[in-house]
Design a protein around this ligand. Sequence first.
Ligand code: PGA
Length: 256
Amino acid sequence: MRTPLVAANWKMYKTVRETVVYIKEFRSLVKDVDDVEIVVAPPFVSIAAAAEAARASNVAIAGQDLYWEKEGAFTGEVSAGMLREAGAGLVIVGHSERRAKFAETDRDVNRKVKAAIDGGLVPIMCVGETLEERESGQTLAVLDRQISAGLEGRTVDQVSSIAIADEPGGARGTGRTATAAQAQEAHAHIRGRVREWVGSAAADAVRIMYGGSVKPANARELMSRPDVDGALVGGASLDPRAFAEIVAGGRPGAVK
Ligand code: PGA
């Protein structure tokens, strides 16, 4: 059985101080959740403080990006080793905003996935078509390209240990979530490709998360689908109680 992974992608929100206040409240809200892997990805500058605030809890900390070199003259960039030492255990790679606004390519994503694994971080590799690609019927072709390029060169064990986040065009930040049936269909396709290209062991183990306007009201329905193994949550994760309810599968009663 795959343990669902539910991650908060804070994007460029919250200062160090706000991060510590959030984590202290959030960790007590989710302290009894033992069947979900819980992750918060704050901006780089807050990772060390977030990791300290989350120490000895069931909340792990992730970076939102990384660079693939270990060190060097790469102004503004951060390596896997730096993230790990600061307290991150995972890292988001290839988010659609990185691809669209910072010109990241499939090749960059491939290098980042490799660098994350080599540096001891679990990558959450984001895939997903743009709204334009969706409307012109290219969804599955785009997913295939991003998955095959992103995972190229990785071993069965490596693919088994990573997570893939599917964020369909038009669903992110828009309030228009894909239906659970649409998410299941895309995820089943992704898992099928992993089965074809990497093998059954990796396909059965890899977590495929859904991202795009996930909220307490729709989390349960989405995550009840067999191939939806968690969520990558942007906007709704900025509120600790809302994110705690999503983590608990939309069950408000499960949140203290
Ligand atoms: P959203 O963001 O939940 O605000 O749609 C998801 C994401 O972009 O990771």
